[in-house]
Design a protein around this ligand. Structure first.
Ligand code: PAF
Length: 281
């Protein structure tokens, strides 16, 4: 496994044999089973696998957790070695954002609601860094988790709009035994908060059951989820949503399917989760 912060070295390795396919998993490190499931799918579908580890400052607002974001590079590299990863790109800020850096990628409509409403500069940072990583690694396929549902919608839009020559693959959310979606930010939770954090899964699951039993009114599904969150004393709701899975516009009537999603503060930690209900399309 080659570990390098050097863009030219990544390019040389990537282009050494142009017949090989490359799967790519961009990460911010502090890897968990969710990341490793992406790596395993990339491993199964490609000749070579590249992973990036970079905590991208431009997707954090000034008041957010950039400085405290958990990091453990040695542990991450051991996990990736065990998955037979070929290449790990570990740039720093001086490589990704040199002092004269001035170009950003703005995806418009689908970045406005949900996470974008609460974190207005977040997706500009995500789209910019992922565009740079795609240009550096030039993967055949890139793998992202359904856990960050809006991120996958935004990045698919960017891939289409900017004609990136790659396939973007979305993999299922990996959950703890009690349903909590895996996230590096779960490391912030105290034992009591960790217990309370299952409320996101419980609210989404109950709304999914209601949908499966015939509830098609968007507002009633949102109210159902809101009430479950509000009944948990350690939880503070940021938003709940029942939206079109592609446009992310809120739905009054849920036709064949929808994206149920939410952001909830458990203590000071902001967690997100989502479930797709109904049919694709
Ligand atoms: O999902 C993440 O961890 C990040 O948003 C990503 C895609 C690695 C970009 O920094």
């Amino acid at each position: 496994m080659i570990v390098t912060p050097d863009i030219q070295q990544v390019r040389n390795i990537r282009h050494a044999d142009p017949t090989l396919t490359w799967g790519f998993v961009p990460t911010m490190g502090y890897l968990h089973e969710g990341h490793l499931s992406l790596v395993r799918q990339a491993r199964a579908e490609n000749d070579r696998v590249a992973v990036s580890i970079y905590v991208n400052p431009t997707q954090f607002a000034p008041h957010e957790d950039l400085d405290s974001y958990p990091r453990d590079l040695e542990r991450d590299l051991a996990l990736l070695r065990a998955e037979n990863v070929d290449l790990v790109f570990t740039p720093d800020d001086s490589i990704m954002y040199p002092p004269d850096f001035q170009t950003y990628v703005t995806v418009e409509k689908v970045t406005q609601p949900l996470e974008g409403a609460s974190r207005p500069t977040h997706f500009r940072g995500v789209a910019t860094v992922v565009a740079k990583l795609f240009n550096i690694v030039q993967p055949t396929r890139a793998y992202f988790g359904q856990k960050d549902a809006q991120q996958t919608v935004v990045l698919k839009q960017m891939v289409r709009d900017l004609n990136f020559d790659l396939e973007l693959i979305v993999c299922p959310t990996v959950r703890e035994a009690d349903g909590l979606a895996m996230s590096s930010r779960n490391a912030y939770l105290s034992p009591a908060e960790r217990k309370a954090a299952t409320v996101l899964y419980r609210a989404l699951s109950q709304a999914k059951v209601a949908f499966e039993q015939g509830e098609r009114n968007g507002e009633r599904l949102r109210t159902l989820m809101r009430e479950i969150i509000e009944a948990e004393p350690l939880a503070r709701l940021d938003y709940v949503s029942v939206a079109d899975r592609r446009t992310l516009a809120e739905l009054d009537e849920v036709g064949k399917g929808a994206l149920l999603s939410m952001a909830v503060f458990i203590g000071k930690t902001r967690l997100i989760d989502n479930m797709l209900v109904g049919e694709e399309g």
